[in-house]
Design a protein around this ligand. Sequence first.
Ligand code: DX5
Ligand code: ZN
Length: 218
Amino acid sequence: PAAPRINPSILSADFVNMQADLERIATADFVHVDVMDNHFVPNLTFGPQMVERIQQTSPVPLDVHLMITDADRWAPGYAELGAASVTFHLEAAAEPIALARRLRARGARAGVAVKPGTPVEGLFEHLHEFDQILVMTVEPGFGGQSFMGDMMPKLRSLSAEARTRGADVWLQVDGGISASTIGQAAEAGADTFVAGSAVFGATDVASSVADLRALAAE
Ligand code: DX5
Ligand code: ZN
């Protein structure tokens, strides 16, 4: 299997020292950028203007996670500003397949995310339409929450379906990923790991990225 990808979430970075924090994660695979609108989730971060500056500043490509309503309207703009991947929530999209196609047409990897209460079976026959599926292991909105181990069956079934159907789709997990939980998620089939507080809360950010990558590969 490919080397596991570690995507630090800048939700746990210092918002007024963003450039320095982006440089601290230069060894990561992608920088995970949480866009929240205070409507789809009860928290507010930033929008396209900030993401564009992060895109211009970051040494690593952007993995944008949109926690916003009306994804059909807003997601393509994030692909246009150069994000490597754009992930919208299945619960927030009227036409998820059409939206994924619009993201790919704009040069981005197309991702779809599911909240803990949302089943994934409906995605099985459309796996080839997506480049990544994000299984949330917390209720979206905040960093520092506890990992939900009961989401592992979703990863296992997605992993089995992708294998059966020959779909080249990355399986991402987000929420509560740390040195003590990343192994379970990897074992269940995840290959791409978002970590906020575990990375930015570490005294040595670069070694926390390396340690998580090694633990996921075990
Ligand atoms: C939560 C965000 C996550 C968050 C994860 O809604 O989508 O990306 O930053 O933070 P940790 O790793 O601290 O759970
Ligand atoms: Zn996220």
